[in-house]
Design a protein around this ligand. Structure first.
Ligand code: SF4
Ligand code: SF4
Length: 504
């Protein structure tokens, strides 16, 4: 994380404790306990925009497992059976290279977005933030009220009101976590399998039911207890911010040049009185001094920040954005809305807290596409092109042919030898396919399969063994190249090269 320069950033009485925020997270007490964060309900144009985005993302999350493309799931990530269906297309472990390139492309996209726009993902699209701020937090506001009401409720005795409110909230939280856990599982095993777990006798699906129970408790703990701690301590993306963000990244930032010297109304009035007292005293002095070159002492002028603390009160991470970019900040924009409302009330221009880079605030430079971002973009373009090429040329049926381990060759007679091969035929499509292997060259080679080549079921693998017999006259130094053709429903789709070994 880059350092802000204190001379522009923390001034006057704030200099003494300017580094305190770096030493420990705000949500942890000095003695180690939890400093519970009670964020004030945010309102404003950024909050409205985020609510609209969240609505569409939640709609996608809740409906995607039920959406089918040609009868197949839109999205299914079956990590247990290592089958992935993305936009109706099935991917297998043998497509690992494709998934790896796709994953790298996605990762680099996130890195570029982070380098340019900071943690825009965290604030606008991360499921943790969306569920926490747009679902669970809203339920909490609805039941317990805004920040001050929540603080009051937590302090009061366990009377009827507190039991009802707290009990009701936690029952709703757990029910919602249970629903989210079910949906989460449906992304892994599919809605049909989930339906079976729900409708069949529990003894048939104890593994699935255990998974749902564990997921429910994990989600409930995250949204009811851990909350911002997940972003602070558990999220690997959050931990990597310091290497991805720099002085040119556009982040939610406090305009310290405009905001400092911060002071509340009382301090301003007091300073004004002191200044006028000094001016009148100096005026008297200056009469004596002016002839000797004396001057009226000047104090640093106040900035636009009235130190009202509204930006801190709305922050769900419990931090003060005026301390600069911090690892804890998820760019939720709540402080922008809060400060804009304050600026509007005191008749000052909005955007004292805004989306801006450090260099933009400090030097007025607005360079988004830095050399680093340009370099990332070139790599991203190459990766994305490679990914698209591999995706469009990907075979629906795949075969793996390997020699049987431990067997070099067998002599059929003095002129002929044989080799044994294992084969694996993968049908990645959703239709049954007849898949077979035939010899393309040398023409003298004879392929003897042990049984028929199979009709491979949709999304299935068929394995077997075949023998190739070849006259020794085709061998050169005991070796010959074998070219096999992979035929799907009678049509050749691929050539496979392997080696035949015989006597020298
Ligand atoms: S809301 Fe604005 S004016 Fe109030 S403390 Fe924060 S930055 Fe200063
Ligand atoms: S500092 Fe502002 S943008 Fe960052 S988490 Fe807090 S309220 Fe959200």
């Amino acid at each position: 994380m880059f350092n802000f320069e204190p001379d522009n950033f923390m001034v006057g009485e704030y200099e003494d404790d300017q580094e305190i925020f770096r030493n420990k997270p705000n949500s942890i007490k000095e003695e180690g306990g939890r400093n519970w964060v009670y964020p004030k309900k945010p309102t404003g144009k950024f909050t409205n925009a985020r609510e609209i985005v969240a609505f569409f993302l939640l709609a996608f999350f809740f409906t995607a497992p039920f959406i089918k493309i040609n009868g197949h799931p839109l999205l299914q990530l079956n990590i247990l059976e290592r089958k992935f269906i993305i936009f109706g297309t099935a991917f297998w472990p043998s497509d690992f290279h494709l998934l790896a390139i796709g994953g790298l492309t996605l990762l680099l996209t996130v890195v570029i977005f982070t380098a340019v726009f900071g943690r825009i993902w965290c604030g606008w699209a991360c499921p943790q933030t969306i569920f926490m701020e747009m679902v669970f937090r809203k339920i909490e506001y609805w039941i317990e009220g805004d920040r001050s009401a929540q603080i009051r409720l937590d302090k009061q005795d366990w009377d009827r009101e507190k039991i009802l409110k707290k009990g009701g909230k936690h029952i709703i939280f757990f029910t919602l976590s249970f629903v989210v856990a079910n949906l989460f599982l449906s992304y892994i095993i599919g809605v049909e399998e989930l339906g079976k777990i729900i409708t069949d006798p529990p003894s048939h699906h104890w593994v699935g039911l255990t998974a749902i129970t564990i997921f429910s408790f994990v989600f409930y703990s995250v949204f009811a207890r851990f909350r911002e701690q997940v972003c602070h301590f558990a999220c690997p993306y959050g931990r990597y911010q310091s290497v991805m963000v720099n002085e040119d990244s556009v982040c939610v930032s406090y305009d310290f040049k405009r905001g400092e010297n911060r002071a509340n109304q009382k301090e301003r009035v007091k300073a004004e009185k002191t200044a006028s007292a000094k001016v009148s005293a100096n005026t008297e002095v200056s009469v004596l001094d002016l002839a000797q070159g004396g001057s009226v002492p000047e104090s640093k002028p106040f900035g636009d920040c009235i130190d009202c603390g509204e930006c801190v009160r709305v922050c769900p991470m419990g931090i003060d954005i005026r301390n600069g970019i911090q690892l804890e900040c998820v760019h939720c924009t709540a402080c922008i809305d809060a400060c804009d409302a304050v600026m509007e009330k005191i008749g000052k221009p909005k955007q004292l807290i805004k989306y801006a880079s450090y260099n933009n605030i400090k030097k007025g430079i607005n360079e988004i596409f830095t050399t680093r971002v340009k370099a990332y973009s070139v790599v991203l373009t190459v990766l994305a092109s490679l990914f698209v090429y591999m995706l469009t040329t990907r075979a629906d049926v795949e075969s793996i042919v390997t020699r049987v381990p431990g067997v070099l060759f067998a002599r059929i007679d003095d002129q002929t030898s044989s080799n044994l091969f294992n084969y694996k035929l993968v049908n990645k499509t959703f239709e049954k396919k007849h898949i077979e292997l035939k010899i393309l060259s040398p023409s003298a080679a004879d392929l003897r399969n042990f049984g028929e080549f199979p009709n491979v079921n949709p999304q299935d693998i068929s394995e077997g063994r075949f023998m190739v017999i070849l006259p020794n006259s085709n061998l050169e130094a005991g070796k010959a190249e074998l070219v096999l053709g992979l035929f799907v429903d009678g049509k050749q789709v691929e050539e496979i090269k392997t080696r035949f070994t015989g006597p020298k």
